[in-house]
Design a protein around this ligand. Structure first.
Ligand code: SF4
Length: 512
């Protein structure tokens, strides 16, 4: 074991014994992790998360590890190093996913074992890693992300110095038992960075944006978007005498200052609670919803114009210029068919609006994100048109909606799409196929129609396949066999009894 770095004591980990044993992770043990976190002095953090990201019907993540959201935000920023601290299996999964999604950066990792976790040496290792990496020639910032076990153990990232050699140090806890979705984990890091940048702005002059300050008053855009969308939004703001500001999460540290410098922030994705708190603290008003479809764009231009004190005649002129193009695009590419929609990106309600305006018979819109004040206009608009909106939707609710409405097309997450295809319902992945298209203004109107209409038209192929394969591939008899397997109820019953016994044992251990 190495000696601690000079100048500070080894950080005590107050509750490591609560984390010992099998099965502590997102698949089980959330209660134990929460209790350990509170015991380790981080109950304030958990309270803040509970208020920012209220829990839904499920107490564990139903999509990828939430920390992926923070990791992705860090990996996409220039001159930013991102380090994970967590169990090796979690880090393996997160690293794999980030490279699957095209990260061209190294993911840093500070490993631990029982000893380094229990003795507090892990914090020393993190500190040492951060000092080694903090070279201002390479980095503006270093982000350290505590995953579930280090968070629950109370590894005190807040004791790291705020900067080393001019490199900013941002330590965040992103446990799966406190941050329900990877979408909200983006907010955890974006909010922490905005808070840091706001303090820097208050302390004195800061760097200007790479392209210089905007000559026009600008609107910051909150939420990851398809790259064409910010450009399209800029074109819609231009007749109002305004410009599009940076997109938060930003791609570079100095863009954070430019974002805070904007006259208002558009909550394009409405779940960025911590980030919006920082904008509001900086005196920047928040604009809800987004310029999607005809009605959405009309309302959004009006709201932006009013906040920026643009004369009504100029707002009307901007609408007259933009809205006919949207109407024409929607009319040219109608969508026909019954659809259910679900996802975990946070843009589900915007996509839903666009589908309805395109003529789709949309019955259900489920989002894994929570209801916030900034999702209210979209929710009201959809409900007024007969769409059932489900915030914090669980997989079970998404599947139930699909079973209830028997759509011509199900748009959803991987397990929803899988279930739809098994039922011979055409389906599209929200993340890969819907999120990867423009949604805003004239470019967004009609952008979904082609892919959706082609998918709906595939129904006949699903029916053909279903009748060709018959019952082959169903349930326990899946695959090609010489003798089709027989269900063995006695084995199932034996396993069931074993599981019940194991659960009882665990419960008893928890109560000791
Ligand atoms: S860090 Fe992510 S993968 Fe690991 S236990 Fe927590 S939620 Fe699950």
């Amino acid at each position: 074991m190495n000696a601690p770095l000079p100048g500070h004591a080894v950080a005590e980990i107050s509750s490591p014994e609560m984390l010992q044993g099998e099965g502590v992770g997102c698949h089980s043990g959330a209660e134990r992790l929460r209790a350990a976190t509170a015991a380790s002095g981080k109950s304030e953090l958990l309270d803040q998360y509970a208020s920012d990201y209220p829990k839904g019907p499920h107490d564990q993540p139903q999509s990828m590890c939430p920390a992926f959201g923070s990791l992705r935000v860090g990996l996409r920023m220039r001159r930013t190093a991102t380090i994970l601290c967590g169990s090796a299996c979690c880090v393996y999964g997160l690293t794999f996913t980030s490279h699957f999604y095209g990260a061209k950066r190294t993911v840093g990792y500070v490993p631990f074992n029982s000893e380094s976790l229990v003795t507090g040496k892990l914090f020393e290792d993190i500190r040492e890693a951060v000092f080694k990496l903090a070279d201002p020639a390479n980095y503006d910032a270093i982000v350290i992300i505590n995953l579930c076990v280090p968070t629950a153990s109370g590894v005190p990232l807040q004791l790291l110095p705020p900067e080393i050699n001019g490199v900013r140090i941002i330590g965040i806890d992103v446990p799966g038992f406190g941050v329900p979705t990877h979408a909200e984990a983006k907010d955890v890091l974006a909010g922490a960075m905005l808070r840091y940048a706001r303090a820097e702005v208050k302390a004195g002059p800061v760097q200007t944006p790479r392209g210089g300050r905007s000559a026009k008053p600008a609107i910051a855009l909150l939420g990851e978007m398809f790259p064409v969308d910010p450009i399209g939004i800029g074109m819609m703001l231009e007749p109002l005498g305004l410009a599009a500001g940076p997109v938060v999460p930003t791609r570079e540290w100095r863009e954070l200052y430019a974002a805070l410098d904007c006259i208002a922030v558009a909550a394009i994705h409405p779940f960025y609670t911590a980030s919006l708190r920082e904008f509001e603290a900086a005196g920047r008003p928040v604009i809800a919803s987004a310029p999607v479809g005809r009605d959405g764009t009309e309302a959004w231009l009006q709201a932006v114009g009013e906040i920026a004190s643009v004369p009504q005649s100029q707002i009307d002129a901007a609408k007259n210029r933009i809205l006919p193009a949207i109407e024409a695009a929607l009319a040219k590419t109608p969508i026909k068919g019954r659809i259910t929609l679900s996802g975990y990106e946070g843009s589900e309600l915007l996509v839903a609006r666009l589908l309805v305006e395109s003529g789709a018979d949309l019955r259900y819109c489920g989002t894994a994100c929570p209801r916030t004040p900034w999702s209210a206009p979209d929710c009201e608009w959809l409900e007024a048109r007969g769409v059932r909106v489900q915030f914090r939707a669980s997989l079970e609710q998404d599947l139930a909606a699909m079973a209830e409405f028997r759509p011509d097309l199900a748009i959803g997450t991987t397990p929803v799409v899988q279930a739809a295809k098994q039922a011979a319902i055409p389906a599209l992945y929200f993340t890969n196929l819907i999120s990867a298209r423009p949604l805003m203004g004239p470019a967004g109107a009609g952008s979904l129609a082609t892919v959706i209409n082609v998918a709906i038209a595939n129904k006949g192929r699903f029916d053909d396949m279903k009748s060709f394969f018959g019952a082959v591939g169903d349930g326990y008899a899946a695959g090609v066999w010489q003798d089709v397997p027989k269900p063995r109820e006695e084995f199932r019953e034996h396993t069931r009894r074993q599981v019940i016994k194991m659960m009882k044992k665990r419960k008893a251990q928890e109560m000791i």
